[in-house]
Ligand binder design. Structure first.
Ligand SMILES: O=C1O[C@H](COP(=O)(O)O)[C@@H](O)[C@H](O)[C@H]1O
Length: 269
């Protein structure tokens, strides 16, 4: 999608910043602080906060310290939420990333209006190409409006990582790893069920202001090490390297970060 606008000067992406916390509870607490900081920066810049979230283990950790706060830190009316990937099932299906986020998060925030949450068009479930294009149009409306832009610039994209190194629905060895034109692409042969999905592509992931992987537990150890210590393997997750001035963060607990040799940073906002 969307050519136009001159290319940004090519600079090297910033190296990943790795945070490791004592527990997944501590991780959730710091993640909430980080999201609030991203929200505040975005509102100051553009008076809205664009967030893309993933499914899997992320929504629960994300919601833990964002839901039910009493400090008025959250400006829910400024949020605009997208899905970094979605499964092509009805929105109330147990495999739907929207449904998972709704259960764990959105349903517990009455201030969030349904119109602030960009879901797939269920009437297009039979046609992955058309559904994907329609979702991309929602991004175009949110980020381009009347102007043409080369890429959307999310304030924050939150990602998970599967045991094969996939992120969003970008899987090892898949042709979508080289997609450079579309912002959103269909995939009908996902090795992880369900097979039919849509996913953000690297042009979206790598133009965000902030991208954060959120990884807890021993099950994430091997892939985290491979991504950070051996980027030359080219795993889908390790290819997420936002162009300057974007930054990439890894929020982990000690169980996940036990074996990586990559330098850990002290968490500060
Ligand atoms: O299939 C998917 O998997 C990834 C990773 O999930 P996790 O349970 O290992 O955290 C997830 O980020 C993605 O949104 C989802 O569709």
């Amino acid at each position: 999608m969307a050519p136009i606008e001159p290319n940004a000067p090519s600079q090297k992406p910033a190296p990943p910043i790795l945070y490791s916390f004592d527990s997944s509870d501590d991780l959730s607490k710091k993640l909430a602080d980080f999201v609030i900081k991203a929200q505040n920066d975005a509102i100051e810049r553009r008076n809205k906060f664009t967030l893309a979230t993933s499914g899997g283990s992320l929504p629960k950790m994300l919601a833990k310290y964002l839901v039910g706060r009493t400090d008025n830190a959250l400006r829910w009316d400024k949020w605009e939420i997208f899905f970094a990937d979605e499964r092509l099932v009805p929105l109330d299906h147990e495999d739907s990333n929207y449904q998972l986020c709704h259960q764990e998060f959105f349903s517990k925030v009455p201030e969030l209006k349904r119109s602030q949450i960009h879901t797939i068009d269920e009437s297009l479930l039979d046609d992955a190409e058309e559904l994907s294009d329609a979702y991309e149009k929602q991004l175009v409306q949110a980020f381009a409006g009347k102007e043409a832009v080369r890429n959307p610039v999310f304030d924050l994209i939150l990602l998970g990582m599967g045991p094969d190194g996939h992120t969003c629905s970008l899987f090892p060895g898949h042709e979508l790893l080289t997609e450079q034109d579309r912002w959103v692409a269909p995939i009908e042969d996902s090795p992880k069920p369900p097979p039919r999905r849509i996913t953000f592509t690297y042009p979206v992931l790598n133009h965000a202001h902030r991208v954060a992987f959120v990884l807890a537990g021993e099950g994430k150890q091997e892939m985290l090490s491979k991504c950070l210590d051996q980027p030359e393997l080219g795993l889908p997750a390790s290819r997420v390297r936002p162009s300057p001035p974007g930054d990439i963060y890894y929020f982990t607990d000690h169980a996940a970060s036990k074996t990586t040799q990559y330098a850990k940073s002290e968490f500060k906002l």
